[in-house]
Write a protein that binds this ligand. Sequence first.
Ligand code: MN
Length: 202
Amino acid sequence: MTFTLPDLPYDYNALEPHIDEQTMKVHHDKHHQSYVDKLNKAVEGIDLGNKTIQEVLSSINELPQDKQTPIINNGGGHANHSFFWEILSPNSNKQPTGNLAEAINKTFQSFDNFKEEFSNSAITKFGSGWAWLVINKNKELEITTTSNQDSPLSEGNTPILTIDLWEHAYYLKYQNRRPEYIEAFFNVINWEKAEDLFNKAN
Ligand code: MN
């Protein structure tokens, strides 16, 4: 079984000015590719059957112990980035609609409140990692963060939305200004995709 780098579902420059072309090129072609290459090395000699990387991460304890860390790191890197590309769009609605909008209002009182809580989690996350909106094991919406390339799937959470908080995701354009990058991210969220995922998980 060999994992492969998925194409971006839009052009490298499609998210400008919010996320710049150079960042997207390096991020997708170099960083994501490197996770895929190292993942393929890490799974050499292991029979994963037909499992997707998402299924592998959801059942990580079934793997040999000495293989778990490289697969959590690089498999997580592959799964997290594949998800991130899909949850971005040059044609963003800017706000959720339908069932997801309703659930966000119910859980966080309002979209603005959700945005503030999500942004604060992302701003204050120490070091490299990701901020997420997930459906947790109790079937509730929850804002979480993961460190490094850990996947919410390994915690039994279903991802609905995410932002990459590694400096490689924003440093070329925003340098140390992570809050500006997070604000810009809210202009390119694919809320249709997020609602799709929400509906499938319910
Ligand atoms: Mn990244």
